[in-house]
Design a protein around this ligand. Structure first.
Ligand SMILES: Nc1ncnc2c1ncn2[C@@H]1O[C@H](COP(=O)(O)OP(=O)(O)OP(=O)(O)O)[C@@H](O)[C@H]1O
Ligand SMILES: [Mg+2]
Length: 366
């Protein structure tokens, strides 16, 4: 089922008289989510992710704009008639019910012609439990299970009505690091098997990048960029997106374009063909630094950390926004660790330039 979001907007009225202005939680969101894909909705706290999800499921009504599931306009449909499965961050299982009863719950509430026989309900509940691999736990209560198991029950409960759309709001945030990894792979597997169009909300860029077919990066209610994770990482449209994706993060330098050349401090570090003279931000990915004795960018060397397959060079530079620069280099690349300084060449494809005024990407001619 494809989902079309058209000019979707949600404005919450301001109740605090001391600070003016209403809260624009989601602003003119336009996106067609292709059928059967998993979309990661990504952004910092308060950027409007949950609001966008609540609009899609019908828990919130939009101030403006429309939502279509396939060709159906569902904008005014109540949540229970939209055919969505929803998983909340805190599982929201009924503590006094067993796992089986929890999964059965949405089916037992079907009325009229959608009402199912007891056998059909049991069969569907067991099928959903099997899909998330909790067949053994059906008689337990939520309090008697680990966080990851409870999360899977919540997913089974969302899947049991065979929803047209699956919506997951930070479903992994209560799990420890290992279980997070496991459960996110599990979600990916289930999504692939069921082919249900899924929107997955997270503020963790690595999580979103690893499981999504496409990611949507939001800030302050406004969609910044939409695309396959690798494309958004390689080709960010603005400084916000560049900084939000990637660990270790991009290193941002204040630089200047003079005569089609990027200067950091007094050093000419990279050609910038076709760009006019101006102050810029230069964002360099960790893999964009190439140690080289003749490299134009001279940094103070703090240390070199061995990570097995590759090494991390930790350095600093007065023009860098953050106190620490992290360069990731192949383990066999030599670095003189006895020296106070390290010199780098920069990979053009890993060095992005941004307008100092707007933060928008500046593209040099190649
Ligand atoms: N019911 C509401 N009334 C007023 N303002 C709201 C309401 N719900 C959310 N907001 C505001 O809308 C904005 C977006 O909130 P939302 O919950 O969608 O963010 P989020 O991206 O999900 O954040 P988080 O990562 O912290 O969950 C925030 O500024 C929030 O304070
Ligand atoms: Mg939220």
């Amino acid at each position: 089922m494809k989902i079309v979001l058209s000019h979707l907007t949600k404005i919450f009225p301001n109740r605090n008289k001391k600070v003016g202005g209403d809260v624009v939680a989601v602003s003119d969101f336009n996106f067609t989510i292709p059928d059967g894909k998993l979309i990661g909705l990504l952004g910092p706290s308060g950027c409007g992710k949950s609001t966008a999800l609540n609009l899609i499921c019908g828990l919130e009504t939009p101030t403006a704009g429309k939502i279509f599931f396939g060709d159906d306009d569902v904008t005014d449909l109540p949540p229970e008639n939209r055919g969505v499965g929803f998983v909340f961050q805190n599982y929201a299982l009924y503590p006094h019910l067993t796992v089986l009863q929890n999964i059965l719950f949405p089916l037992e509430n079907l009325r009229g012609e959608r009402k199912l026989s007891r056998e059909t309900m049991l069969a569907k509940a067991k099928e959903a439990a099997h899909l998330v691999q909790i067949d053994e736990l059906l008689e337990r209560r939520p309090g008697e299970m680990s966080g990851g198991q409870q999360q899977r029950v919540a997913i089974a409960r969302a899947l049991v009505k065979t929803p047209r759309v699956l919506l997951l709001d930070e479903p992994l945030s209560n799990l420890d690091a290992r279980l997070r990894l496991q459960t996110r792979e599990e979600i990916r597997r289930i999504q692939r098997e069921t082919q249900i169009t899924t929107v997955f909300v997270t503020h963790d860029q690595e999580e979103a990048m690893s499981i999504s077919d496409e990611i949507v990066v939001m800030e302050s209610g406004v969609v910044q960029q939409i695309g396959p994770p690798q494309t958004v990482y390689d080709d960010p449209v603005n400084l916000f997106v560049a900084k939000f994706l990637g660990t270790p993060p991009v290193s941002v330098f204040s630089g200047e374009i003079r005569a089609e050349m990027l200067y950091i401090g007094d050093a000419p570090v990279l050609e910038a063909k076709g760009l006019r003279d101006q102050a810029v931000w230069a964002g360099i990915r960790p893999e964009g630094f190439v140690p080289s004795p003749e490299g134009p960018l001279c940094c103070r060397l703090t240390g070199v950390e061995v990570m097995g397959r590759d090494r991390s060079v930790v350095a600093s530079h007065p023009s860098c926004q953050s106190p620490e620069i992290r360069a990731i280099i192949p383990a066999e690349t030599p670095v003189d660790t006895a020296s106070d300084t390290v010199r780098f060449c920069l990979k053009p494809a890993k060095t992005h330039l941004f307008s100092r005024e707007s933060g928008e990407r500046l593209r040099a001619a190649v």
